[in-house]
Design a binder for this molecule. Structure first.
Ligand SMILES: CN1c2c(nc(N)[nH]c2=O)NC[C@@H]1CNc1ccc(C(=O)N[C@@H](CCC(=O)N[C@@H](CCC(=O)N[C@@H](CCC(=O)O)C(=O)O)C(=O)O)C(=O)O)cc1
Ligand SMILES: N[C@@H](CCS)C(=O)O
Ligand SMILES: [Zn+2]
Length: 811
């Protein structure tokens, strides 16, 4: 009764075929049919690999961009602003032989935005570094399902692996609603979605699939216990179709109360995550839940025991776990061995790596290797020899445990002076100072140069010169645009985490270990294999080059310890907390070196701070404590005069406002533009007392925002009451880095951003002057808290023309 199954596989292709095909299609160099044909090839290759590995029930995965978008799109839940695309899709579908191809302009408009329609918001998928597109719903949302994409995929899969092994997968209705934004009543909308899913199940049954996987990770969240009645009703209706359902719940254990009713659902199989987050200091409670409450004999237990999102091989634990489940539930209990999450979170195949250091090739496992592990575990347990899988001695290759930074030293996490005292000593700004988040376009030329350097076709000196030229160009461009606080552009960083991993001791790097981050954007997470330390400065050279070219402040630019950890594959022999502390100590050295090199504004990005938040409310405080303390450990050595900026993006931060304040940064730049000022309202509402740079435009869209549109955004910050209307404390910047954009988009976008800031600045100053004239009231842009003295002096000396008043001007 032990079988094998998957619940998702990398959708990238072994050699990033999907990325290349998508980018060619968007660039207009390949048509829809070429894109669909590449996608079909990539999908077939993935299914074939799973079949060849011996997996019995193969999840029929695949997407052109994002699987959550696929569900929203096929349910026809299209926001009104895309009406024009909807109509043109309908028109071309009626003429075209291939309706899927005809739908692509609308599909990609939802994903990437288009003229007149901003893209759907993008958000972290649970606590992973994958990003889904957020469904937008309202009370009147009515599905208009067309499941052609999925049905077409299933038919193709049946041709590859046989009808008996091809298991379709779809994001479930509870999860879709749980991830959606908008004003709607979940209980009212669910019954409207369910018939659309039932229609899919009927069509799948007609195709002769053995079962369907309905992915419901939303059931891992605290609060899911309240879904009992709605979810049970929905699954009763779906089960009535007669197609066996496997409800798949990855990313964490389910809350105990949820487990109680989950096992009663009329489904054929329940797939649970037995592992949770790799390296977390808390474990998954799934095995305990089963031990305590049992598991119904009538259903198959999908045992997610192979780590779907860690890079390490199973160490024998999986077989032991399955064997113990079998002992508990009986040898007649149907159990399927499978990954804890979709394997989309790990690279495709370790054997593609040209050089894996000795001692690592056995313990590491990517998607292809994990398939073999699934089969080996099932065979071992079936053959009653779970011990045949040898445990690994992790300490043997991860270095001496004595080197581990176990605690965060309390005396090192406080800055020398409190915020109120140090902020007046830092760089002061005119109203609406403009800046960017760090990266500028990673052009094909930059990537080619890096490749040439790696392949030793150019010397280290030539590569350094190339990067220096990029920095020069970048500084020149920002000067010409009139940006106030400059950045060096991050040309030398292939990725903001990979770069630091490469410079730090304790990491292993892959050459082909790509993992999809969103759409056509992939990352190569470095793998932590030992204790982490810094052996030399990592960013000082580039900072000095850039600062040497301008008198405006250039931001020192670092990635924070939590983000480096979160976007690496962590060790599993020590906790994440300990690894974050090691990273923080290494970064602390860099902060000191940057400050010594004259850095006045230091940005430490923590976009993954929220991503690392445990899904269960009860586990959050402990995480936030060490996460915030790690950031402080890295930054607290900065002198009071150094302005510490942090940047957060890719998440909603409403529920960690307190932690954000505790980071003790002087300036917070935060993604904002896709979420309708939600963050601004939250910040204004909480009376956040420090400088804020809310993103004014979406960096994921190729659309160049107009001056008028940007000015409205900036005005809306004042209207929301941000910083009490003190415009010198409201920084104007894009949502995130510009590395994915082209200069042709960046230059006009930034030009418009600077112009919009100037426009609203003039308005604010004119309004202030008028008020002053009328009643001698204070100018709205005059700060009343820290920085007031500096601003007053700067204003006296012509604040509206000076880009900023720096420390030396104030001396
Ligand atoms: C901020 N984000 C990040 C996340 N995670 C990270 N680890 N890093 C992040 O920055 N998570 C949240 C968000 C997600 N956002 C993004 C945004 C952009 C990307 C991205 O652009 N990824 C690139 C990666 C490309 C890359 O690193 N390339 C390497 C190798 C160069 C290369 O591929 N060379 C080619 C030949 C090139 C040629 O001839 O033109 C080759 O080897 O074949 C490099 O630059 O050195 C992407 O393009 O996908 C990711 C996440
Ligand atoms: N400094 C980084 C932050 C990304 S979250 C960048 O600009 O790309
Ligand atoms: Zn960002």
């Amino acid at each position: 009764m032990i079988s094998t199954s998957t619940i998702g596989f990398p959708r990238t292709g072994p050699a990033r075929e999907m990325k290349k095909a998508l980018e060619a299609h968007w660039a207009g160099t390949s048509d829809a049919q070429a894109l669909l044909s590449t996608a079909a090839g990539v999908e077939a290759e993935a299914w074939r690999r799973q079949a060849d590995a011996g997996i019995q029930l193969i999840a029929i995965d695949g997407t052109l961009y994002d699987h959550v978008l696929d569900a929203t799109f096929q349910l026809g839940l299209i926001p009104d602003r895309f009406q024009a695309f909807k109509k043109s899709t309908a028109a071309s579908a009626s003429n075209a032989s291939n309706g899927i191809a005809a739908g692509l302009p609308l599909y990609f408009a939802l994903a990437r935005g288009a003229e007149g329609a901003t893209a759907c918001d993008m958000s972290k998928h649970f606590d992973s570094n994958y990003h889904h597109l957020v469904p937008e719903l309202d009370a009147s949302s009515e599905p208009v399902p067309d499941w052609s994409m999925l049905l077409d995929r299933v038919k193709r899969a049946q041709g590859v692996v046989g009808a008996e092994r091809a298991v379709p997968m779809v994001v479930g209705p509870n999860t879709l609603l749980g991830l959606a934004r908008g004003s709607f009543d979940r209980s009212a909308l669910l019954p409207r979605l369910v018939p659309a899913y039932a229609q899919l199940l009927k069509q799948l049954a007609e195709l002769g699939v053995p079962e369907v996987q309905i992915h419901e990770p939303i059931l891992t969240l605290s609060g899911s216990e309240e879904l009992a009645a709605d979810c049970s009703a929905a699954y009763r209706e779906l089960a009535a179709v007669g197609l066996p359902i496997n409800i798949v719940i990855p990313y964490d254990d389910v809350p105990e109360e949820t487990y109680r009713w989950l096992v009663e659902l009329p489904v054929a199989a329940i797939s649970l995550d037995f592992l949770g987050v790799p390296g977390a200091d808390y474990g998954s409670c799934t095995a305990q839940l089963i031990a305590k409450h049992g598991f119904p004999k009538s259903k198959r237990l999908g045992a997610g025991v192979i780590d779907g999102r860690g890079a390490w091989a199973d160490d024998g634990k999986a077989a032991r776990l399955v064997a113990s489940l079998r002992e508990l539930l009986g040898a007649d209990q149907a159990i399927s061995v499978q990954p804890s999450t979709s394997l989309q979170h790990v690279p495709y195949d370790l054997s593609a790596e040209p050089s894996v250091p000795t001692g690592l090739s056995r313990p590491l496992a990517f998607a292809a290797q994990k398939l073999a592990e699934i089969v080996a575990v099932a065979e071992a347990v079936q053959g009653a020899a779970p011990g045949s899988i040898q445990p690994l001695d992790l300490a043997a290759f991860t270095g001496a445990p004595e080197g581990v930074q176990r605690e965060l030293p309390a005396e090192l996490i406080k800055r020398a002076e409190p915020y109120e005292q140090r902020r007046p000593k830092q760089v002061q700004y005119r109203p609406f100072p403009t800046t960017t988040i760090g990266s500028f376009p990673q052009t094909p030329a930059i990537r080619r140069a890096r490749l040439a350097f790696k392949k030793e076709r150019i010397s280290p000196d030539q590569y350094r010169e190339r990067m220096a030229a990029e920095i020069g160009f970048c500084i020149g461009a920002q000067e010409a645009l009139g940006v106030d606080v400059l950045v060096h552009g991050e040309a030398e960083r292939s990725d903001m985490v990979e770069y630091f991993g490469l410079k730090l001791e304790g990491y292993y790097f892959t050459e082909h270990g790509w993992v999809q981050s969103y759409g056509s954007r992939y990352v190569r997470p470095p793998i932590i294999v030992g204790d982490i330390s810094r052996t030399a400065p990592m960013t000082v050279h580039e900072f000095e080059l850039a600062q040497g070219l301008t008198s405006k402040p250039v931001k020192g630019m670092l990635t924070g310890p939590v983000t480096i950890l979160q976007w690496s594959f962590p060790r599993v022999d020590t906790t994440r907390k300990e690894q974050a502390a090691q990273l923080a100590m290494a970064l602390r050295g860099e902060v000191a070196d940057l400050a010594a090199a004259g850095c006045r504004v230091l940005q430490v990005d923590e976009p993954a701070l929220r991503e690392g938040l445990p899904l269960k409310a009860s586990r959050r405080q402990a995480y936030l404590r060490w996460a915030v303390d790690s950031f402080r450990l890295a930054t607290a050595c900065a002198a009071p005069e150094v302005q510490v900026v942090t940047h957060l993006c890719y998440s909603d931060f409403g529920d960690i406002m307190q932690a954000i304040q505790e980071m003790d940064a002087d300036v917070l730049t935060i993604e904002n533009s896709r979420s309708d000022n939600e963050m601004i309202v939250a910040l204004a509402g909480s009376g956040y007392p420090r400088d804020v740079g809310p993103g004014v435009y979406d960096v994921h869209s190729p659309v160049v925002p107009s001056v008028g549109w940007l000015a409205d955004r900036i005005r809306s910050f004042l209207e929301a009451g941000l910083m009490g209307g003190d415009a010198t404390r409201i920084h104007v910047n894009p949502d995130c880095g510009l590395k994915t954009r082209r200069w042709e988009e960046v230059l006009p976008s930034l030009r418009n951003m600077v112009a919009a800031a100037a426009l609203v600045r003039e308005e604010v100053e004119a309004a202030g002057a008028k008020k002053e004239k009328e009643g001698g009231t204070k100018r709205p842009s005059t700060p009343t808290k820290p920085g007031a003295g500096a601003e007053a002096r700067a204003a006296g000396g012509g604040a509206s023309t000076a880009p900023f008043a720096c420390l030396c001007c104030l001396a």
